[in-house]
Design a protein around this ligand. Structure first.
Ligand code: NI
Length: 399
């Protein structure tokens, strides 16, 4: 294919049907993290057919493909995630999930389709590029941090990646717009488990026991003060306790309560402070009531931080293709998290949200069993990825 005389957008339009059909195919066979066997085989086969140099089985099911121009230049990585969620799809669409209890409800099917579409577009443009494009298809973005495993497996080396780009489909934004944010675009995600230990006794004689439920109630309410009283109101932080279990009968003093939650922060310093203070405060409040709090804090994804120069390049690529109005400056960081953050701890990069909130089901949020992203977004995203790469690797004529 020779794309030299067509704009990338025209090429993308000509490939739209294919990109949508890739997405629909992948959507029907969703797989959970580190089990993306069918998915990664499909992705790897497609990239091989394009003539790329493909490595399979990285960090389990990961795939890396190199598009080598044969001319010296930088190496840019395009990242997509492959895993689905443990959800029963309820869209009723003809291409709905055929795997019971598993669904692409976070748009990762679309992320793969866009990256494969971009790979196809770029293979037609090799002659005007210098350097290397590295396509990274990673397993297990949801909770399991597949990105970290890919990095440990060396995907940012040989050739060394100079920068990385990626997208997340975003139903909250209208199709055709790109959510752009310099600095932190998504928050960190840590997990906290608190076990309150008291002492059992008869409900009629509370003074003879230590009530773990009363201690847990105080711990729960006072922890919110870390957000409302100790944090700068302009510095976003969330502490949500989503699970509490304890006690057995109404007339017995509970000796043990387990509380589990998630902590999100935009700033690394705030993240660290929360970690220290949750343990301190839970411990002190429980101790004040003669109970004991064991706090287990597990650090998850770091904040996803866009590089200042790379985010400008991203904006520029969006503008070149779709005009100024397609650039949507996000007013604040999202409190959701992304393991894209791990790559961007090592190399600069740009992670954008791509509008996919068309009519109808686009209004359902991510992780919803009725989510059906607006497929028109795929063409926009594929062309954007290709455009970014093309601008970055474009060689000076005659050089
Ligand atoms: Ni996702």
């Amino acid at each position: 294919m020779n794309n030299g005389d067509m704009s990338l957008l025209q090429v993308a339009v000509s490939l739209e049907e294919e990109i949508v059909s890739i997405r629909r195919h992948l959507h029907q066979y969703p797989e959970l993290g580190f089990q993306e066997f069918i998915t990664s085989a499909y992705v790897a086969d497609y990239l091989e057919q394009l003539g790329l140099h493909v490595q399979r089985g990285i960090a389990g099911t990961g795939v890396v493909a190199l598009l080598e121009t044969g001319r010296p230049g930088p190496c840019i990585a395009v990242r997509a995630d492959m895993d689905a969620l443990p959800l029963q799809e309820q869209t009723g669409l003809p291409y709905a999930s055929r795997h019971d209890g598993v669904m692409h409800a976070c748009g990762h099917d679309g992320h793969m389709a866009m990256a494969l579409g971009a790979a196809r577009m770029l293979t037609g443009l090799e002659r005007e590029l210098a350097g290397t494009v590295k396509f990274i298809f990673q397993p297990a973005e949801e909770m399991l941090g597949g990105a970290r495993h890919m990095i440990d497996a060396g995907v940012l080396e040989s050739p060394r990646v100079d920068g990385i780009i990626g997208l997340h489909l975003w139903p909250d934004l209208p199709t055709g717009r790109f959510g752009v944010k310099a600095g932190t675009v998504m928050a960190s995600m840590d997990h906290v488990d608190i076990t309150i230990h008291g002492q059992s006794g008869h409900g009629a004689a509370p003074h003879q026991g230590v009530d773990a439920i009363i201690a847990a109630a105080h711990v729960l309410s006072v922890l919110q003060a870390l957000v409302s009283r100790e944090s700068d109101p302009a510095d976003a932080v969330v502490l949500s306790m989503g699970s509490i279990h304890g006690g057995s009968l109404p007339n017995i003093i509970a000796d043990r309560v387990e509380i589990r939650g998630t902590v999100r922060a935009v700033n690394t310093a705030t993240r660290e402070r929360m970690r220290t203070r949750v343990a301190e405060l839970a411990g002190a409040v429980a101790a004040g009531l003669n109970a004991r709090a064991d706090v287990r804090y597990e650090c998850g994804y770091p904040p996803t931080v866009n590089d200042a120069r790379w985010i400008l390049r991203a904006e520029e690529a969006v503008r070149e293709l779709y005009g100024e109005e397609a650039v949507h400056h996000l007013a604040h960081s999202q409190m959701t998290s992304e393991d894209m953050a791990y790559y961007m701890e090592h190399v600069p990069g740009a992670f954008l949200l791509i509008g996919a909130g068309g009519e109808g089901r686009g209004r359902f949020p991510l992780h919803h069993p009725e989510l059906a992203v607006d497929e028109r977004a795929l063409l926009y995203g594929a062309a954007y990825l290709a455009q970014f790469v093309r601008s970055y690797l474009r060689r000076t004529v005659g050089a």
